[in-house]
Design a protein around this ligand. Structure first.
Ligand code: AMP
Length: 287
């Protein structure tokens, strides 16, 4: 496995692989890899001959009050995990390689229809930062397939929509959320949690599943359910950001008339912001 930092070098490698008729799969990450990331690499092996994992902490998707400077960097451990997972190339560019003119980019990619809600409401520049860097990575690697975790469901929807709207000939794959034994979705940011916070964190997923069950059992006032659950999240020790019941396909606020639902949560434990979601079909008797 090779680690490549220059755009010109990874392009040369891809050209050579293409000459051998190999298909290319991209796994975009910010590093500090855990089993969730590695599951993406493993799934990509089922789609593409050559798996390229990018490791790039993208300054454009962080706002000034966020954790860009302290975001954990563990390149050697990441390389070992990727090697063991059969990853072929790591693309780990510097910030100046990706943003030679700095991050006050003249070109930004925004998927407006899916922004301004959920994470896009609390992190106004985040999704544009993601869509812009993923566009750059797509233009550099030109993969046949790219894979993203369902943990960042809104991000996955943004990338899917962007690929459709901008005619990017790339198969966008969504991968299941990998959790620890207590149900907490794995995240690089879980490293920030204190021992006490680690005990509280899995409640987020328990609350999601509790509300999902309440809906399946016939609870039909979604707005009231959202309001009440915000209080429960607070009482559980979090500072809630949002808790919302939306449709899976359009991310619109859901009602009892909707069938394919997704429940989204974001909440802080201290300074650490955690997100999670569950997706399910509301059964016939409720509709
Ligand atoms: P990140 O390094 O946080 O930018 O994540 C890189 C990719 O890994 C994104 O597509 C995430 O959605 C995905 N990912 C992160 N955590 C998980 C998880 N627990 N399960 C599945 N995918 C994940």
């Amino acid at each position: 496995m090779q680690t490549i930092s220059k755009i010109a070098d990874i392009r040369d490698i891809i050209k050579a692989e293409r000459k051998k008729d190999k298909t290319i799969g991209l796994v975009p990450t910010m590093g500090n890899l855990h089993a969730g990331h590695i599951s993406l690499v493993e799934q990509m092996h089922q789609h593409a001959d050559i798996v390229i994992t990018s490791i790039f902490v993208n300054p454009l998707q962080f706002s000034p009050n966020e954790d860009f400077d302290t975001y954990p960097k563990t390149m050697q451990a990441d390389q070992e995990k990727l090697e063991a997972a059969g990853n072929h190339y790591i693309f780990a560019p510097s910030a100046t390689e990706i943003y030679p003119e700095g991050t006050t980019s003249k070109t930004l990619v925004s998927v407006n229809a899916l922004d301004g809600i959920l994470c896009g409401k609390s992190r106004p520049t985040h999704l544009t930062g993601v869509a812009t860097v993923v566009t750059k990575l797509f233009n550099i690697i030109m993969p046949d397939h790219a894979i993203f975790g369902l943990k960042d469901y809104q991000q996955l929807m943004v990338i899917k929509q962007m690929a459709i709207d901008l005619c990017m000939p790339i198969n966008i794959i969504g991968a299941p959320i990998v959790r620890d034994d207590a149900g907490l979705a794995l995240s690089s940011r879980n490293n920030y949690l204190s021992g006490e916070q680690q005990q509280i964190a899995p409640r987020l997923n328990q609350i999601l599943n509790f509300v999902k069950q309440a809906i399946l059992d016939g609870e039909n006032n979604f707005r009231e359910l959202e309001k009440q659950t915000m209080l429960i999240i607070e009482e559980s020790g979090f500072k809630p950001d949002y808790f919302e019941i939306r449709t899976q396909n359009t991310l619109k606020s859901a009602t009892i008339a909707d069938h394919k639902l997704a429940i989204f949560v974001a909440a802080f434990l201290g300074k650490t912001r955690l997100i999670d979601n569950v997706r399910f079909e509301n059964n016939e008797k409720n509709n």
